[in-house]
Design a protein around this ligand. Structure first.
Ligand SMILES: [Zn+2]
Length: 177
């Protein structure tokens, strides 16, 4: 009951904060992606170039679950905003228990990417850009471009869609300073 009341409070806060900045008067919408949608994004070399690499709690580097969210109602100019990202991260922590989130803009859509350690259950996971040779080779074959060129193109794209890693713990630490 308490958790629900807390969520309502945060939703109202998100609505209020958008209303004051957004002339379109739209609240922020957050929707957890289905397993199929998540799998599709994970298969995209550019979306997934930036992916979970290490659990901060137990050091696991191999088995991660993924949880992604579609975020609506945030104007493009607001997508990099510290306060907007902070509110969304806070909401995801309260509602879905996701400690560390990654904001991504991909094909004109705004997403949150997060992961779960399958060893210890932690959601404080480090993401990094790491391109496997298989992925680069497959894309090079499809596009008919040289490997090195494809590797740097994917890297560049990944850096441009990736925004910031955000943890509620860090936000709270910052706000205390
Ligand atoms: Zn772990």
């Amino acid at each position: 009951m308490l958790a629900t009341a807390e969520n309502d409070r945060i939703s109202r806060r998100i609505e209020r904060s958008t209303r004051s900045e957004d002339t379109m008067n739209r609240p922020i919408q957050i929707r957890a992606l289905t397993e199929q949608e998540t799998a599709e994004l994970t298969r995209s070399a550019t979306f997934n170039a930036l992916h979970p690499v290490r659990c901060r709690q137990c050091g696991n580097t191999h088995t991660f679950g993924r949880k992604m969210f579609w975020i609506g109602g945030v104007p493009k100019a607001e997508q990099h905003s510290d306060s907007t990202q902070g509110l969304i991260a806070h909401h995801l922590k309260e509602r879905y228990g996701v400690a560390s989130v990654f904001f991504k803009t991909y094909r004109n859509r705004f997403y949150v990417d997060s992961a779960l350690c399958k060893h210890c259950g932690s959601t404080g996971i480090e993401f990094d850009i790491e391109l496997s040779d298989d992925v680069v080779a497959a894309v090079a074959k499809l596009s008919g471009r040289p490997l090195a060129e494809v590797r740097s193109a994917i890297q560049e794209r990944a850096e441009s869609i990736a925004q910031t890693t955000r943890t509620v713990e860090e936000d709270e630490r910052r706000s205390r300073e």
